[in-house]
Design a protein around this ligand. Structure first.
Ligand SMILES: [Zn+2]
Length: 149
């Protein structure tokens, strides 16, 4: 998959509302955590690698700042390979929104835990609309049964 330099912000300059996100989210901050979420977008199941709890679906993938996947370093030097999703009904949010060290300028994050085993799976970002940035190597994609030898 495409990897991005951590300094790759040039491509998706913050501040332009022209990016993905579009006309959504205004006035309904909790949107994206309930409705139609049993199967958001359809497609293969995206599950927690640790416990196989279903987190979201391949069809809920979306791009943020022009890319689905983003590689970031946190202040402790850990590398996170995030995949962005429009919805992730299988996570459980914890903590208060924070903009400290946010990787997506203009977006406040909350911690997203696996709803099955409470492993830290990523973050929910809220700004102009919301999306989930999930840590890809803590997830697994399950093909349809019998799809794979
Ligand atoms: Zn889990």
């Amino acid at each position: 998959m495409r990897r991005q330099s951590p300094l790759g912000l040039k491509d998706g300059v913050p501040g332009g509302p022209a990016g993905p996100g579009g006309p959504q989210g205004e006035g309904s901050p909790e949107r994206g955590t309930d409705a139609a979420l049993a199967d958001p977008g359809g497609g293969a199941r995206i599950v927690c690698r640790a416990c196989r709890h279903r987190v979201t679906s391949a069809g809920a993938r979306r791009e943020v700042n022009g890319a689905h996947r983003h590689v970031f370093f946190n202040p402790g030097g850990f590398v996170f390979d995030l995949a962005c999703f429009a919805a992730a009904p299988g996570v459980s949010l914890t903590g208060n929104p924070s903009t400290e060290f946010t990787w997506f300028p203009g977006y406040a994050w909350r911690i997203a835990l696996c709803g099955g085993c409470y492993e830290h799976l990523g973050w929910r970002y809220q700004g102009e609309g919301t999306f989930f940035g999930l840590i890809w190597d803590r997830l697994d994609e399950e093909s349809e049964p019998g799809d794979r030898a």
